[in-house]
Design a protein around this ligand. Structure first.
Ligand code: DP6
Length: 327
């Protein structure tokens, strides 16, 4: 395909309930373990990709600001992959907007690379089915493989490019919410990619945690399918805290806990003691995401705000990535 072509896509952030942490193959982004996530309605990325006939450096804008350095190189490398697949040359203009605090451990790379994969592949004339799109998004950022889907998604670790992709999970009648404690929305000090690599290479706890992931996944999958919030929450909390234990044991340690993080985790325990089903998960940042019934969302948000002194946001399950007409 030649000439100027453009496409706009929206994808939503997902939060893993059984985490992806550690790559077996960094180039292909093949993880050590399979993971399972919930896509969120409240946080999303909208991305327009325009391919020009002229050759030159790709230009990338995020929230109105030019993207430079390593972040831009990552987008360039991803666009090279799409161009190679489509047999096309010419620079790209990428314009992306995040309705989510970037870099705050809200996994904005999940929605970012899912939206980029869909917009770029469509602008190039590649018609990918959802599995192929998930595999492509994975090359940009592992968690993006899951943001191709709405609701709950399972990313099969696989062993090569073909076998590593996500698929949607059956979850009839399961409609929990996530209360996000926005402990710190500033850019984090160690990005998740570097933290992940350091953990795999140096943490004596990494392989034991990865070894326990298959059992967590099996339990989680069954719990999601039978819409059992308490079982989902229990597995999600232990899996996430275990992942953070692998990081704490890395050399040097990777520690994302802020005082307000611990206060939010304490509030979750207090809520449970008071009989409210609330369970915490955390990603590569200090924010705490609390899974609970929709009917308890306000009470949970209020308790967490009071304990941690930070703002909260509430999200339900969100939709799959899709193409849209730019506004
Ligand atoms: C802690 O998908 O951001 O959020 O593949 O290096 O881009 P890269 O990593 P990324 O890692 C996400 C890690 C996590 C857990 C998860 O989403 O499963």
């Amino acid at each position: 395909m030649t000439g100027e072509t453009t496409a706009t896509a929206v994808a939503h952030v997902n939060v893993a309930l059984v985490k992806y942490w550690g790559k077996r193959d960094a180039e292909l982004v093949i993880p050590w373990t399979s993971s399972l996530s919930m896509t969120l309605d409240a946080f999303r990325t909208t991305t327009t990709v325009r391919f020009l006939s002229a050759e030159g450096e790709d230009e990338v804008v995020l929230d109105g600001e030019p993207v430079t350095g390593v972040a831009r190189q990552r987008v360039n490398a991803f666009l090279d992959l799409v161009r190679a697949r489509a047999g096309r040359v010419g620079k790209a203009l990428v314009d992306s907007e995040n309705a989510v605090p970037t870099g705050a451990g809200l996994a904005s790379s999940s929605s970012g690379f899912a939206a980029l994969a869909l917009a770029a592949s469509s602008a190039c004339g590649l018609e990918l089915d959802a599995t192929a799109l998930s595999r492509l998004a994975r090359r940009g950022s592992g968690s993006a493989s899951r943001s191709v889907f709405g609701g709950f998604a399972l990313w099969h670790a696989g062993h090569d490019d073909k076998s590593s992709y996500a698929e949607p999970l059956e979850s009839k009648g399961f409609d929990p919410v996530m209360v996000v404690a926005l402990v710190d929305t500033a850019h984090k000090s160690v990005n998740s990619r570097d933290a992940m690599r350091r953990t795999v290479e140096t943490s004596p706890l990494f392989q034991p945690w990865a070894g326990s992931a298959a059992a967590d996944l099996k339990e989680m999958r069954a719990a999601v399918e039978r819409a059992d919030l308490d079982a989902v929450g229990e597995v999600a909390e232990r899996n996430a805290l275990g992942m953070h234990a692998t990081m704490l044991a890395a050399r040097p340690a990777v520690r994302y806990f802020a005082p307000a993080t611990v206060a939010a985790l304490d509030a979750v325990l207090a809520l449970r003691r008071a009989g409210i089903s609330a369970y915490a998960t955390m990603d590569a940042g200090p924010n705490v995401k609390i899974l609970c019934h929709r009917a308890d969302a306000d009470a949970v948000a209020e308790a967490v705000r009071a304990a941690a002194g930070c703002p909260t946001a509430v999200a339900g399950t969100g939709p799959a990535a899709r193409l849209v007409t730019p506004s």
